[in-house]
Design a protein around this ligand. Sequence first.
Ligand code: SF4
Length: 308
Amino acid sequence: MTEPYYSFNSYLRGQFSGRVRRISLDAGFSCPNLDGTLSQTGCIFCNNKAFGVNAGNKATIETQIKDSIRFYGEKQGVDKFVAYFQSFTNTYAPVAELKKKFDTIRKFPQIKGLFISTRPDCVDEEKIEFISRYAKDYLVWIEYGLQATNNRILESINRKHTYEDFLRALELTRKYSINTAAHMIIGLPGAAYEDIIKDARNLAGRDIQGIKFHILSVFRGTKLEELYNAGKINLLSEKDYVKIICDYLEIISPGTVILRLLSNADPEYLIAPLWVNDKARVLDAIKAEFAKRCTRQGSKNRKMKDER
Ligand code: SF4
């Protein structure tokens, strides 16, 4: 049976022959929402150490890449990689600094792609034009942390940017034909089912090439942990997530790459919900739900106007 959604793996298979691994990197960037520029507290869910394999790794970018290539090469026989600048805000520096960091990938012929995760309020034309130059040699993507399209919800999670910031960044990024993805969180506090479906509808008609999903999870040392311990937030159950994500995927375009459907987390930092780490079971449940409905990604997709 073919997958009922356009998975990142099948996208990569279409781009390259053989297996490709994503190498998560901590390139030593900071974030304006943590360094006091916008706030010192950050997004209420933020604990970068819980997000990526190399998060908090103080080794050089070169060492992180070298170690990962060795590890995946020996363990899985993989010889093609995508460098994923994941931790914090990976365009939060002048272009000269970006060049120094991103150019590290040029030392490794095994690296075929450059993926950059950032905030939508941390790009400008100079940076985007600069990043677009890598497309000559690499598969290039920029992933914007959007999380929700409702500004009330963005404010309540202390994002310190708006949906309009994302739309501006999207326009600029597409002007330079860079693949663009939105990172969305499902189950944010204050987001009712209708809000989540509105997010799907708002993204459905946009010129985006990918969506990466994150299930709201409580990590140690975050504001969200305090709210969770005080009984002030509800987390999605596995059953609810399966239903919501199928509803969501039916709405978005069938050509949008699902960069990630399930976000697991380092058990050292994860407080709840624990089911997110049972990836295989949840993926099977999503596939079974689609099979039951006889639908798939894009089944209900049509061009839609933003809903507010
Ligand atoms: S923008 Fe990213 S790195 Fe910055 S506080 Fe929010 S989640 Fe953390």
